[in-house]
Design a protein around this ligand. Structure first.
Ligand code: IPE
Ligand code: IPE
Ligand code: MG
Length: 251
């Protein structure tokens, strides 16, 4: 079945409703450059980035994409100037408080992945509150990767697996891909089908390094605060042209 979006400036904007990515992941990059280009402080870019988050959530719901994972703050982002880090953490807290009612109304189940314990208590309280109050929702699963690093996630999985071995609940010979997957923060989710990175960098920056082994990649030069419905359609349309082979399929 075909759906037609209501975008005016994309020609031929048809995509197959049955071939949508079931799990979309996004590296939301370029807030700083967006602001710098306009002669504004980087913080303004982050604030506008938060608006783009609201927009992409609404668009995923509109297109019936069931799982969305957003990279909001990496384990490496602590290396930034202290005032930028503080601004970001406060922004997350403010946005979560402000959006609680909308998340509930829109039937969104929110989940957070990363080393959450190293984040401020006040932010953890907000995250717990939102997790608890949306956990029965089922329109969109929204994962926010915050203080998230793919390597940190694998280290944490390795520690959890090691404890099971020491406690004799697991034999070394039994370890397989499922063992690793089941101990990642994303253990209850399928791998992303499509990963979008905004702002043009051709790198992964430590995002979901286990899970994206066979994910289709789409890099757009558009800075995250400008990312809109047309850009999402463009990515999905390109995704739908891909032949996913998983190392096996011969055309
Ligand atoms: C992404 O935008 C937001 C975070 C990483 C928190 P950046 O802040 O990385 O923007 P650029 O890459 O400097 O333009
Ligand atoms: C990746 O962007 C992290 C997030 C989007 C949260 P970065 O801006 O931190 O990545 P690098 O530094 O360009 O690799
Ligand atoms: Mg960046």
């Amino acid at each position: 079945m075909i759906i037609i979006s209501n975008c005016k400036n994309i020609k031929n904007d048809l995509f197959d409703k049955n071939e949508l990515p079931q799990h979309l992941a996004i590296i939301m990059d370029g807030n700083g450059r967006w602001a710098e280009k306009k002669g504004l402080p980087r913080s303004v870019g982050h604030r506008e980035g938060a608006k783009a988050v609201k927009r992409v959530i609404a668009n995923c719901i509109h297109f019936n994409i069931p799982i969305l994972t957003l990279f909001a703050f990496s384990t490496e982002n602590w290396k930034r100037p202290k005032n930028e880090v503080m601004y970001l953490l406060k922004l997350f807290e403010r946005v979560l408080s402000k959006e609680k009612a909308n998340l509930i109304k829109d039937n969104i189940k929110i989940n957070f992945i990363g080393r959450l314990n190293d984040l401020p208590d006040s932010l953890n309280e907000k995250m717990n509150e939102l997790f608890e109050s949306t956990k029965k929702n089922n329109k969109l699963i929204l994962n926010i990767a915050i203080n998230y690093g793919g390597r940190a996630e694998i280290i944490d999985a390795l520690k959890a697996i090691t404890i099971k071995i020491v406690e004799k609940k697991l034999n070394i010979e039994e370890i397989n891909e499922n063992t690793i997957r089941d101990n990642l923060y994303t253990h209850n989710l399928p791998d992303p089908d499509l990963l979008i990175r905004t702002a043009g960098e051709m790198r992964i920056s430590n995002f979901m390094i286990w899970q994206i082994a066979y994910t289709e990649l789409w890099v757009t030069p558009v800075f995250w605060p400008d990312f809109d419905k047309n850009n999402l359609i463009e990515a999905i349309k390109n995704f739908q042209k891909r032949v996913r082979k998983y190392g096996g399929k011969i055309q």
